[in-house]
Design a protein around this ligand. Structure first.
Ligand code: ZN
Length: 418
């Protein structure tokens, strides 16, 4: 069976979030992206403002909302917008992903300092995280499950515990990447989406096992509150990309100028803004993504930039070829951390290779099968967007001590002195 490829972006039907390609050769993600140019964003902003007004805590003895944050993806923009543009008093909530770069730690420290925000951080013990990661690596081929689970549940637990009903997330991936929902569906956070997509169908409860030595005490930080608890507080999670024309590149550039967000060149993608806080995300995790799904993070970034008309399909393909070929660097660091041999990791990952994309050659080496059905030249021309912007990602100065650009001192507890 052949695998269809979109005639505008580079996604194929193997996308894990169920992308659909229509009879005209255009994918659901590209179709939903077109809505960004026709929606009345002024009206949407007004709708957001009215919604937020309902959640303002007038007594001043609690926060108005929760914002989940990290040191590397849209957090600056979301906090700046909600706090400085919308005048809300948010509590920032962060799950410590354990794969931190020093740049990510700095970004988070400066975020809370520069926006004068309180933050609640959860750091699960390394032993528990390693135990869980060994199990999810074997069962799902994922080194990142604990991050996805922690990031998506900790804010909800805090919402229940501190009785702060509103959680403000940034972009809904299923909507923005594959058009699983339209901007007109008003999609909000659900337990079901988290289960099926963020967690790849595996809940923390499913990890309980004598064989893996994983018990209740190891996983309770990852349990989603039950429906009664959520209903009692009225917990609700909204996505800002329903209310704003979401453009992560522009947003990061504004935050580099305004707050000095630190970007970084990355080995396996041209996007220097997203995920600079993790050793693993655009490295080993990205290598695994290519084995499981046949494409890597640079394809996500290339598809997004094509849809904004900032890069041609041809240049995007060249960028994908260049970056996806680069070898990841931090496998040994990860193996050392988790206590596993290289051969064991390789054996596990081979079990998770996508069967329609990878096959063995006569010498038993892995090779990519060629089942992709390339769109015709006519269809590609028909769906081609006019190029409107320079495709350029910058690397901002680092505040690392000893750097010439360093203007600030970062103290051990994460405060910043000017
Ligand atoms: Zn597409």
């Amino acid at each position: 069976m052949s695998i269809k490829v979109c005639a505008r972006c580079l996604y194929s039907e193997t996308h894990p979030l169920n992308l659909i390609i229509n009879a005209q050769g255009l994918c659901s993600g590209c179709a939903v992206h077109e809505e960004k140019d026709v929606i009345d964003w002024g009206q949407r902003r007004q709708n957001l403002s009215e919604l937020l007004a309902q959640y303002r805590c007038h007594s001043g003895n609690n926060y108005d909302c929760i914002i989940p944050v990290s040191g590397g993806r849209d957090s600056y923009f979301i906090v700046d917008y909600v706090k400085n543009e919308m005048g809300m008093n948010p509590l920032l909530v962060s799950y410590n992903q354990h794969y931190n770069t020093d740049r990510g730690i700095r970004n988070l420290a400066y975020l809370r300092t520069l926006t004068d925000s309180d933050i609640f951080t959860l750091t699960v013990s390394p032993d528990k995280v390693k135990k869980i990661t060994r199990a999810t690596l074997r069962r799902l081929g994922s080194v990142y499950w604990h991050v996805l689970a922690g990031q998506s549940v900790f804010p909800v637990q805090i919402a229940v515990r501190l009785k702060i009903p509103l959680i403000i997330w940034g972009c809904h991936q299923g909507m923005d990447q594959v058009g699983m929902f339209s901007h007109n569906d008003g999609v909000e956070m659900t337990r079901r989406y988290r289960h099926e997509h963020d967690l790849m169908g595996l809940e923390a409860e499913d990890l309980l096992s004598d064989e893996d030595q994983i018990f209740e005490r190891d996983i309770y930080q990852y349990l989603y509150p039950d429906n009664d608890e959520l209903a009692k507080v009225g917990v609700r999670g909204i996505y800002l990309n329903n209310y704003l024309r979401w453009d992560t590149k522009k947003q990061h550039e504004a935050m580099i100028l305004k707050h000095g967000y630190e970007s970084a060149s990355q080995r396996r993608t041209f996007d220097t803004y997203n995920d600079v806080d993790s050793f693993i995300y655009t490295d080993l995790h990205d290598h695994i993504k290519a084995l499981k799904w046949g494409y890597s993070k640079v394809t996500d970034h290339a598809c997004r930039e094509i849809r904004f008309g900032r890069i041609s399909r041809e240049d995007a393909k060249a960028a994908v070829a260049k970056f996806s070929r680069r070898k990841h660097r931090f496998e040994d660091l990860f193996l050392d951390w988790i206590g596993m041999r290289k051969s064991a990791l390789r054996f596990i990952l081979d079990q998770h290779r996508h069967p329609d994309i990878w096959c063995r050659d006569a010498g038993w080496a892995w090779k990519r099968s060629d089942k992709y059905q390339k769109p015709s030249a006519e269809l590609i021309e028909q769906h081609r967007l006019k190029l409107n912007k320079d495709h350029h990602f910058t690397v901002s100065p680092s505040r690392r001590q000893g750097f010439d650009e360093s203007r600030y001192e970062l103290y051990a507890k994460g405060h910043v002195m000017f």
